[in-house]
Design a protein around this ligand. Structure first.
Ligand code: HEC
Length: 177
């Protein structure tokens, strides 16, 4: 039941007056109905939103890389001292993170030796822990060989205490208190 429209002529070119085909109009109307329906489904009923997606991604990441466990010391001394698991984990982390500046066996490179008797900032666990966590700024540095980066965020308390447990196992001049 295509409707006939007025035929138009411009400069000898004739535009036929045919109505749009029925299938075309049907698709047009269906698309509007599906579009509205989809918007209602998406916002009201589906869980395809970016917030849910983000939360799922975070959960997946945290499962793969659990957030570092916080180890708290009561009196400033390293609670992981003498713990054999901590010592071997600490050695791995030391070699990955500290060795570039302090030498593979802590003998010292740009950073000072950590296996000799000299502790230029002090030889107590609490002092050493704070140095490693917070780093040594240029103004605090005593050797004039530059600052030391903080490891609070990259390692966190548990791994820092593990590294210190390894250091203490190699150097008995590092004292608990
Ligand atoms: C980018 C180089 C660099 C890295 C990486 C680094 N340090 Fe240091 N560290 C230094 C420097 C330089 C000093 C000396 C600062 C000064 O002049 O007082 C230092 C000093 C120290 C001291 C004090 C030593 C003393 O005699 O009092 C300790 C302890 C220490 N670092 C441990 C670590 C540990 C553990 C790591 C790894 C988690 C680490 N450092 C990573 C450069 C580094």
């Amino acid at each position: 039941m295509a409707q006939q429209h007025e035929e138009k002529e411009f400069d000898g070119i004739i535009q036929a007056g045919n109505d749009l085909p029925a299938w075309y109009k049907h698709i047009f109307v269906y698309m509007i109905v599906i579009g509205v329906g989809y918007a209602i489904y998406f916002h009201g009923f589906s869980n395809w939103g970016t917030e849910e997606y983000y939360a799922a991604q975070v959960a997946e990441h945290e499962e793969k890389f659990p957030p570092a466990k916080a180890v708290v010391s009561e009196d400033g001394s390293n609670p992981l001292r003498g713990d054999s698991v901590a010592i071997s984990e600490g050695e791995k982390n030391y070699k990955a993170v500290c060795a570039a500046c302090h030498g593979l066996n802590a003998e010292g490179v740009v950073g000072p030796s950590l296996v000799d008797k000299e502790w230029i900032h002090g030889n107590k666990d609490e002092i050493v822990y704070n140095l490693i966590m917070k780093g040594i700024g240029v103004e605090q540095a005593k050797l004039g060989r530059g600052p030391m980066p903080a490891h609070e965020n990259s390692l966190g308390s548990e791994k820092v205490y593990q590294v210190m447990a390894w250091l203490a196992s190699k150097n008995d001049t590092l004292q608990p208190k």
